[in-house]
Design a binder for this molecule. Structure first.
Ligand SMILES: Cc1ncc(COP(=O)(O)O)c(C=O)c1O
Length: 395
């Protein structure tokens, strides 16, 4: 695209497309490839030497023009220099961490991080001699007290998984930068629309594109958006682990990206309406939604974000028995139960933050996570209403 200063919705529609190079076809075609052949030894050596240069095709594992189109589009949208597409969001989290960590290093990890990343730190990284300290998501500038001479990374996820605390990103980044510590942030909740971590000094923005970018619950994809400095370390770590984003899935991610703007605005509206409905229910103790006043970090959400996605949580009243929650969830007709989120459909899950916190204990009644899909709002409210009737009947 000619101008780098286009607005977000324009970038969503145009970034990463090049119809002139593809016979006028609107979308970049899917290139399936392993071997890439070269006409001369010199051409082959040049390709190998420049294997991470933009649009350089050297081997299927390092990407094809389909991969590069997706990477270029997401980098433009997030304001990054380059991006790296990987086979899943979890692979992107792991590659970003492994790009910077070595044996003997110390990692500061937010306590409300996505569960499998917590396990990666407590298991894999520990085995390889990396020590992790989990920190309170609301610690802000106080993070500096946790720095050690060997602290290499501060890893943020904002809002946090399951409990949705919004972090004071500028305060955390300022402290990290003052000590030369690399900062990375899982931006999946807001991506690709409502938050731009690189503009606040984050070095790597990690997105599970499986969620809102793919948007249709039919492909896995991770993207690490990098600065000019962080690109090579992350790209090399991804390659060293043999990581590869499949071309058909890159195509699906690109197709999803084109409509992500309208979808996310609708997810936002539905999510807010459902959150307000739930806040008025007697069975509900508290709604965990960054856009609601009183939510931990709501003031940071107002300052740093331009909107909210469709994922949020609910704390039910203490004393509501598991049997009653199960009765509610087992009979849902429109809200389905299953891992992941960000597709067009509504989801509901019982969650257990108390099992995944070590810096700050979590002690509340039962917790649910909801994803507001694109169904009719009245139908969704009706489904929840009937669910609460089952919950009360089983209480
Ligand atoms: C916040 C967050 N980050 C990362 C991931 C991992 O993404 P994927 O499922 O694409 O591996 C998830 C998945 O649920 C997530 O919720």
């Amino acid at each position: 695209m000619r101008s780098k200063s286009r607005k977000l919705d324009t970038l969503l529609a145009h970034a990463g497309r090049n119809p002139e190079a593809n016979h006028g076809v609107v979308n970049p075609p899917v290139y399936h490839a392993s071997t890439i052949i070269h006409p001369t030894v010199a051409a082959m050596e040049a390709a190998q030497k420049n294997r991470y240069a933009p649009n350089q095709v050297t081997y299927g594992r390092h990407g094809t023009p389909t991969t590069f189109a997706l990477e270029e589009a997401v980098a433009a949208i997030e304001g990054g220099a380059r991006a790296v597409a990987l086979c899943s969001g979890m692979a992107a989290c792991a590659a970003a961490l492994l790009a910077y960590l070595g044996s003997g290093d110390h990692l500061l990890m937010v306590d409300s991080v996505y569960g499998p990343v917590r396990n990666f730190c407590s298991g894999f990284l520990k085995r390889f001699g990396v020590e992790t300290t989990f920190y309170d998501p609301m610690i802000g500038a106080g993070i500096a007290a946790l720095f050690r001479p060997n602290t290499r990374i501060v890893y943020l996820e904002s809002p946090g998984s399951l409990t949705f605390e919004v972090q004071d990103v500028p305060a955390l980044i300022k402290a990290a930068k003052a000590h030369g510590i690399t900062a990375m942030l899982d931006n999946t909740w807001a991506a690709p629309l409502f938050f731009k971590p690189l503009a606040l000094g984050v070095d790597v923005s990690i997105i599970s594109a499986t969620k809102y970018i793919v948007g249709h619950s039919d492909a896995m994809m991770g993207i690490a958006v990098c600065t000019a400095e962080s690109f090579l370390p992350v790209r090399s770590a991804a390659s060293d682990f043999g990581n590869h984003a499949a071309p058909d899935d890159c195509y699906l991610a690109l197709r999803g990206l084109r409509t992500a703007g309208v979808r996310m605005r609708q997810h936002q509206e539905q999510g807010l309406a459902l959150a307000k409905f739930l806040a008025g229910r007697k069975e509900v103790e508290k709604v965990l939604h960054p856009a609601l006043p009183g939510h931990p970090g709501h003031e940071f959400w107002k300052r740093d974000f331009t909107g909210s996605s469709g994922l949020f949580g609910v704390i039910l009243r203490r004393g509501i028995h598991k049997r009653a929650v199960d009765a509610m969830l087992d009979g849902m007709e429109l809200f389905s139960m299953g891992a992941s989120w960000g597709g067009f459909e509504s989801l509901i899950l019982p969650t257990h933050p108390e099992r995944l916190r070590s810096a700050v204990a979590w002690d509340t009644g039962p917790v649910l996570r909801l994803h507001a899909g694109l169904e009719d709002l009245d139908d969704l409210i009706d489904d929840l209403d009937r669910g609460f009737a089952r919950l009360n009947a089983a209480s």
